[in-house]
Design a protein around this ligand. Structure first.
Ligand SMILES: *Cc1c(COP(=O)(O)O)cnc(C)c1O
Length: 813
């Protein structure tokens, strides 16, 4: 097939045809949604020939590919990215203009698919972008949630969740393939039978659902390549339906349908805190079983010799969510394909690799044996056997060291008998990686030390990255143009070339241009916020930004204490408002709906903003803005405008962070702790261009060991005491002291994330930020050096590291 001509006329013709043939309307009677959909279809048409060509090329090459298994993909809007990848942005803009349509207007009509919670889902989206751009064969497998991450609104400053009906107006980017549906089974029991003298096991499931694949194009940047993202949607099986329909129980049939379709109905809005809910395990098994079957049955050639499976695929496990794939592949190989256990295990161990994304022990998934055995009885048997064999090996190595056996067992006995999914992944995975140097080190030394000792060479690191196409080129077009004017093209796919900008940091004209772009980006953001929420970024303010999921370990409270400290100093007369560096603080954060403390903190941020923004004594020098519903679209607007990036988690808690990378690449300076990838950012940009504060991870450990009493910090530090007292006094809750009492007592008597212990050094570092910002030219120089030295954080580099250290998948040329 051929693509439409790459001319304005060709584009217009295709667009008008799509309006007529796909939407069934003439231009004169078309709605904005019609026009957006027709435009999206037109871009699709240009990608189609390449996609089909790539599918053919990959089928013929018979090379090794990556199946990325992820329960989340936080994709962001597709239109702009796909226009960029195909180089059609200008043609499309002109074509729309010639039809009397403002393309910017249409952009606003795309609802972003919010099929992820935060960093983990966004990482998956960056990775598939990079693989396509590098020409590496990849299928991203996941779930097509009917409702993605909730839409956040505020009512009286408190978070209210609205359902995210992202499919309501239709998604022009998806291709349903009901003919390629897979059946996924649940429940029932297992039985053994005699197969020509060999005793085998079969699973007799209790019920099935259909998994329908929806394909999405994943275009590479300017390379004519298109990979596939395949997301599964759940439907009731016909057989299931029919039996009940024939029994005449219509209501029961509808109930069964609903039951099945619930599996892909909604994304769990938990981030860094798994919910041990049955439906969630159903979701996990549903997409993993469908994906493995899809790969074996439809991607591999017929009669493929499965002992050679490791030559064709690596299943990368994005966190523990898809780990049930390990016993699933074993079941398919042993029960369905008749392989011997040991042969199947050798294959399985080569075909999986596991990425751990956390250091919080409570975030490591465990499934109660009762639940798992009820839902997936055969898988539980297989897990037990894997564990028995593994513990035999441990015994063979160390003798009957019962303590060690208990610590390394995939089955935990307390508080209830459950399967430790991270251990299962570690035992089965060819490699286990952390997501930043510090995280990988802590993983080896603190989280899984016994496994690191037992499996030398299994643990490795791949520091996260972000795609520069979306987070530099699309988010910051002016900066991209400035960089291109200095370096020429090519840097977007070879981001280390940003190093060449270092000399420009010394060029006053370049600094001026860079500073003007930052100012433009602030104005652009201000216009977006004005239209969206009726608030503006004040002129001449430093833009101080903390956007990420709301979690206590990320310490939004610490940022808030800084704001309250400044406010208190002004109203108590310790500081004249005129002497305060004007700052606009931007927060963006969703709280998991069941996370009460996180929701209280959101309420408090809004309450502080309400008071600070309206107190005339502040003279407008401090301003707190909390636009609701932080998502990828908003990130693309906020980050390029930021002067200061807040990365202030307690050391040893943030695995990597990727927001930190997006900011640095857009010329924001970081104030941060020695945590996650902050460590690597600081090493690269240099201490002079980074505001470090707070305890290091060993210092955190030492303080816990000594005994941490947050109230002592409160007693000792008058500034801290004033800030906390002001919150406790009801100053931000209309005099009602009870509203934020739980937040205050949590800080004073619990403070698991040591906000009070790091407060003093944080305030000190913020004073240094103020002093540095006073010299705009020097600040801009630092900002340029941040951009120049952060090319390492391209997700293209992450992909190269995965390929070299874990996957060994060459590009298909
Ligand atoms: C990058 C990104 C994140 C991750 O941010 P962190 O600061 O690394 O936690 C979360 N949400 C969105 C929308 C993002 O774009």
């Amino acid at each position: 097939m051929t693509s439409p001509p790459r001319t304005v006329d060709g584009f217009v013709r295709q667009f008008l045809e799509n309006l007529n043939l796909v939407r069934g309307v003439p231009l004169s009677a078309s709605s904005d949604n019609d026009r957006y959909q027709a435009l999206a279809h037109t871009v699709r048409d240009y990608l189609m020939a390449r996609w089909l060509e790539d599918l053919r090329r990959q089928r013929e090459a018979q090379g090794k590919g990556v199946c990325y298994l992820s329960a989340e993909y936080l994709l962001g809007r597709q239109l702009d990215n796909n226009l960029l990848a195909t180089g059609l942005t200008e043609i499309a803009t002109e074509a729309m203009a010639s039809c009397g349509i403002d393309i910017d207007e249409l952009r606003g009509h795309e609802v972003e698919p919010g099929l992820g919670n935060g960093g983990l889902g966004r990482l998956a989206a960056c990775f598939i972008d990079s693989l396509a751009t590098m020409g590496v064969p990849n299928i991203g497998y996941g779930i097509r949630y009917e409702y993605g991450i909730f839409r956040q609104t505020f009512v009286d400053g408190q978070q209210v969740e609205q359902p995210d009906a992202w499919l309501a107006l239709g998604s022009p980017w998806e291709f349903p393939h009901p003919e390629a549906a897979q059946t996924v089974s649940f429940g029932g029991h297992t039985e053994t039978y005699d197969d020509a003298g060999v005793t085998r096991t079969r699973w007799v499931p209790g019920w099935n659902v259909q998994a329908l694949p929806y394909n999405y194009m994943v275009p590479g940047y300017h390379n004519g390549r298109v990979n596939t993202l395949r997301l599964w949607s759940a439907r009731a099986t016909d057989a299931f339906d029919l039996r009940i329909f024939n029994s005449g129980d219509y209501a029961e049939a509808v109930r069964a349908q609903t039951f099945a379709e619930n599996i892909s109905k909604v994304l769990y809005p938990e981030d860094s805190t798994p919910q041990g809910k049955e439906l969630r395990l159903q979701q996990q098994y549903f997409f993993v079983a469908a994906s493995i079957k899809d790969f074996l049955d439809t991607v591999l050639p017929k009669d493929f010799d499965l002992t050679r499976l490791p030559e064709r695929v690596i299943f990368q496990l994005n966190d523990t969510h898809p780990v049930i794939g390990v016993p699933e592949l074993m079941r398919v190989l042993v029960d369905e394909r008749g392989l011997e256990w040991d042969a199947a295990w050798d294959i399985t161990r080569e075909c999986f690799a596991y990425t751990c994304h956390t250091l919080l022990p409570e975030a490591l998934e465990e499934w109660p044996v009762d639940l798992l055995g009820r839902l997936l009885p055969r898988h539980l048997e297989i897990i037990y056997r894997i564990n028995d064999d593994f513990l035999d090996e441990v015994r063979a190595r160390y003798g009957d060291d019962e303590m060690r056996i208990r610590n390394m067992s995939i089955i935990a006995e307390h508080p209830e008998r459950s399967v430790r999914m991270a251990y299962l992944a570690t035992v089965a995975g060819a490699k286990v990686n952390g997501v930043a140097e510090l995280h990988s080190q802590l993983l080896r030394e603190k989280v899984l030390p016994a496994f690191n000792e037992f499996f030398p060479g299994k643990f490795t690191n791949v520091t996260n990255g972000v795609t520069p196409r979306r987070f530099v080129r699309l988010a910051n077009p002016e900066l991209s143009e400035l960089i291109t004017s200095a370096l020429g093209t090519g840097w977007l796919t070879d981001l280390e070339r940003l190093r060449e900008l270092e000399v420009y940091a010394e060029d006053p004209d370049f600094r001026t241009a860079f500073g003007e772009i930052k100012a433009d980006n602030k104005r652009r953001l201000s216009a977006v916020l004005a239209a969206r929420d009726g608030v503006e970024v004040s002129d001449g303010h430093m833009l101080d930004v903390m956007v990420k999921r709301l979690h206590e370990y990320k310490r939004q409270m610490l940022k808030l204490l800084h704001i309250v400290t400044q406010y208190e100093a002004i109203i108590s007369g310790k500081v004249a408002a005129a002497d305060v560096q004007p700052r606009t603080f931007i927060f963006g954060a969703k709280a998991a709906p069941g996370y009460a403390m996180a929701k209280r903190i959101i309420h408090l941020i809004n309450a502080v903003g309400q008071v600070v923004n309206n107190d005339p004594r502040v003279e407008g020098r401090l301003k707190v803005i909390f636009p609701p519903n932080y998502n990828v679209t908003l990130a693309e607007r906020v980050i390029p405008a930021a002067d200061l990036s807040e990365q202030i988690s307690l050391a040893g808690k943030e695995a990597s962070g990727t927001g930190n990378m997006k900011f640095a690449l857009n010329g924001a300076l970081t104030i941060g702790t020695d945590d996650g990838a902050n460590v690597e950012i600081r090493e690269l940009v240099g201490d002079d261009n980074f505001f470090l504060f707070g305890m290091s991870e060993p210092e955190v450990e030492a303080l816990w060991a000594r005994g941490y009493k947050p109230a002592e910090f409160y007693q000792r530090d008058p500034q801290l005491r004033s800030a906390i007292d002001l919150i406790a006094s009801g100053a931000f809750s209309g005099g009602d002291r009870s509203v934020f009492e739980p937040v205050v007592s949590n800080l004073l008597y619990d403070d698991r994330f040591m906000v009070l212990a790091d407060y003093a050094t944080y305030i000190g570092a913020q004073a240094k930020v103020d002093a540095a910002y006073a010299d705009q030219d020097a600040w801009t120089r630092s900002a340029i050096l941040n951009v120049a030295r952060c090319g390492f954080f391209s997700s293209d580099r992450s992909m190269r590291d995965y390929i070299d250290r874990i996957w060994h998948t060459p590009p298909v040329l």
